[in-house]
Design a binder for this molecule. Sequence first.
Ligand code: ADP
Ligand code: UDP
Length: 235
Amino acid sequence: MTKGNLLYEGKAKSVFETSNPDELLVYFKDDATAGNGEKHGIIQGKGVMNNKISTFFFKQLKDRGIATHFIEAVSDREMLVKRLDMIKLEIVIRNIVAGSLVKRLGMAEGTPLSVPIIEYDYKSDELGDPMFNRWHIMALNLATINEMNAIEHISLSVNTIMRSILKAKNVDLIDFKLEFGRAKNGEILLADEISPDNCRFWDSETQEKLDKDRFRHDLGGVEEAYQEILNRLTL
Ligand code: ADP
Ligand code: UDP
């Protein structure tokens, strides 16, 4: 595998072409943004930790029958993945009330939901990632009904698997964001990353936040929180 041209420079990752047209190299950066890019900072070592945490989850999911874009980690900050036709949606799965749901539902942070909630956000920096429902998605031809059914089915399985892995490490999975894409044969695959950047992780006993909320809300101990999640999962 040879690293090729930069295909896309994202907020947290850069994506490179490779000598294989069906594979991409994802480079995990230390850059962090919040509030739709209004807040920017560096979380020292985040790229290395997120590459390792994502690798851990993608391998665990594969072992439990979930197809993902992950091929292999090729360095501390680089992951080789299948090149997908990305669906321009962020799929948010919520188990416990937190973040923007506090205001929207008028419920206290930390309130358990009786069933997981699935939400769609349209991936558009210009529009500020507005929340969509199935009708918006169909109207904009972002995904078919069959694809949305597959995405929701996989997302709920990922939620069940991740909750059980994390519970054994004394971590509660509050909510998280997934992205999906289409493989060459049309199959829907889980893509992007699974890390404290896009998940809310709370210590099961103390409810301490072990994720990007520490950066978003200037709580301090940001690097330590990412390291703690990596340690609990892999040590
Ligand atoms: P953003 O685009 O929000 O700034 P990142 O910095 O994480 O996000 O950039 C990574 C980009 O790579 C995202 O746009 C994501 O949708 C895309 N991506 C993730 N996995 C794949 C894949 N397997 N094939 C093609 N693109 C992917
Ligand atoms: N999330 C994400 N990217 C986004 C928005 C949200 O990864 O652009 C994740 C976030 O880490 C959390 C979940 O999605 O785990 C739900 O986020 P929420 O909508 O509550 O985010 P907020 O609006 O509070 O930033």
